[in-house]
Write a protein that binds this ligand. Structure first.
Ligand code: BG6
Length: 489
């Protein structure tokens, strides 16, 4: 039996993430028989009986997980512990539960501590876990930790020091759920397994690369958190910079966690740093105002729940990154992300340079550049934009799309990011988690931007309507370089 075994302690088990993502993901691993020896302790403040907790797990997998079979057997693996984060006694009780379940399910002392709750407690919990001996079992112990990992380089470093008192770097699994997405994992495969792309993957043949993550949802019920974060910390520091690192890194010498990470770190180290007074040249921010979608009026950000009516928080960011190394000198990487946009779409567009001479220039059609589009969501796949002959004419061209869609190949939707990441954490594969060095570098880069923005009120806010394509300034950022955002729908 090579299946991983684990006792998973979920701190924040009554929260949204646990319900929407974690329980359904564990269920799918169980249903697919990827795990059978496991137990879960739900840890949260609320007082609940085991039965109440199990029934909330059942609700969650029925609502979000398309559960069919063995549901009762599945939830029997779950127990609940009503927890007081600052009481040592409470950790000792948890330790008792852990030891009991360990015996009952033969978990070999393997433990995952999953922190999926308010980040202000991350440090205390890690320290208490260690102090009360919860990490003293004979198997592995791993800390899986959700974002936000700090609020700036300084606070991230402080948090890191706290968790490092209890866990070694290789026992810490910092979640960036984008790294669990099928097509984000595919970036490396597309690059490093195709003779067609890797030789062209540099400043001789690539004009620019565009990374977009747009959402149609607004800030929903997360106003309180979002006011302290904004799109920059919420999306750019983690998800967008991680995608940039995967696109820009050198080929690793082997597909090991260490080799891949060290190449990603080198890519992040090559990001051209900005001075605070240069930020406006490279980054622009937006905030949504009221807008109409399908004849329905959507409120502006400043009117959302728990948001300051005078808020200076950005809900949109677009930026231009330069990577100062031999491969990328002179190739801009444009990134953008926003809430309440016209479409939900995450994609990467690699725009190739124009060919040296356009023989078809005099025809009515102008040549389109070749684009490689990596569709991350909602559709998964790749599209290559080519030019071909327009039939019936002698030398007219027309654009053509070669599309590969994951749905078409696999006939099923690919596994959820969380399902893969949870399984990786049980198997001890940290490749798709972020190392401290990556976190540190991306915070340092982002801190310059937040320093510039926090000290100047953006008078143009709100500067895009809910349901639109974002602020005008975002187009101007590319127009200055003679480029446009490719709209992939
Ligand atoms: C999260 C952010 O990390 O990513 C959210 O906190 C955002 O604000 C979400 O909505 C987007 O994730 P996805 O998988 O829907 O692109």
């Amino acid at each position: 039996n090579n299946k991983p075994t684990a006792l998973i302690m979920i701190f924040g088990a009554t929260g949204d993430l646990a319900k929407r993502k974690l329980f359904p993901s564990i269920y799918r691993l169980f249903q697919k028989e990827k795990i059978n020896k496991f137990a879960v302790v739900g840890v949260a403040r609320r007082s609940l009986t085991n039965e109440e907790f199990q029934s909330s797990v059942k609700d969650s997998i029925l609502t979000f997980g398309h559960a069919e079979e063995k549901v009762d057997e599945f939830i029997s693996h779950f127990q609940y512990h009503s927890h007081d984060v600052s009481s040592s006694e409470s950790y000792l009780q948890l330790k008792g539960i852990a030891e009991e379940l360990d015996g009952q399910y033969q978990l070999e002392g393997n433990r995952i501590f999953y922190l999926a709750m308010a980040p202000e407690f991350f440090g205390t919990i890690a320290e208490q876990i260690k102090a009360q001996g919860l990490t003293e079992s004979k198997g592995y112990k791993r800390l899986v930790i959700e974002k936000p990992f700090g609020h700036s380089f300084e606070t991230a470093q402080k948090l890191n020091e706290q968790i490092r008192t209890a866990f070694a770097e290789d026992e810490i699994y910092r979640i960036d759920h984008y790294l669990g997405k099928e097509m984000v994992q595919n970036i490396e495969v597309i690059r490093f397994s195709n003779a067609l792309f890797e030789p062209l993957w540099n400043n001789r043949y690539i004009s620019n690369i565009q990374v977009t993550s747009s959402e149609t949802l607004g800030v929903e019920e997360r106003g309180r958190y979002y006011e302290t974060s904004g799109a920059l910390r919420d999306m750019v520091q983690n998800h967008l910079l991680q995608m940039v690192a995967l696109l820009a890194m050198e080929p690793p010498i082997a597909l090991t966690t260490e080799e891949i990470r060290s190449e990603k770190v080198r890519a992040l180290r090559s990001l051209r740093p900005m001075k605070v007074d240069e930020v406006d040249k490279y980054f622009i921010r937006g905030q949504y105002g009221e807008g109409t979608v399908d004849e329905k009026t959507l409120p502006g950000y400043r009117n959302e729940h728990n948001v300051n009516p005078d808020s200076n928080t950005e809900t949109y960011v677009a930026g231009k990154l330069l990577i100062d190394n031999f491969r990328w000198a002179g190739v801009p990487f444009y990134i953008r992300t926003g809430k309440r946009m016209d479409v939900k779409s995450t994609n990467i567009v690699v725009q190739f340079k124009d060919i040296p001479m356009n023989l078809y220039y005099k025809t009515e059609e102008t040549l389109n550049p070749n684009l490689l589009v990596i569709n991350i969501q909602p559709d998964e796949g790749i599209t290559l934009y080519l030019n071909v002959k327009k039939s019936g004419t002698t030398s007219n061209t027309k654009p053509m799309k070669l599309t590969v869609s994951n749905k078409g190949i696999e006939h099923i939707n690919s596994p959820e990011a969380y399902e893969k990441l949870l399984f990786d954490s049980m198997r001890g594969d940290a490749t798709n988690f972020t190392h401290w060095d990556e976190v540190a570098l991306s915070w340092k880069f982002v801190d310059t931007i937040s320093n510039a923005w926090e000290h100047t009120k953006e008078e143009s806010f709100p500067n895009y309507a809910a349901g639109s394509t974002g602020p005008l300034a975002s187009d101007e950022l590319l127009a200055d370089d003679g480029h446009i955002w490719w709209q992939i729908k």
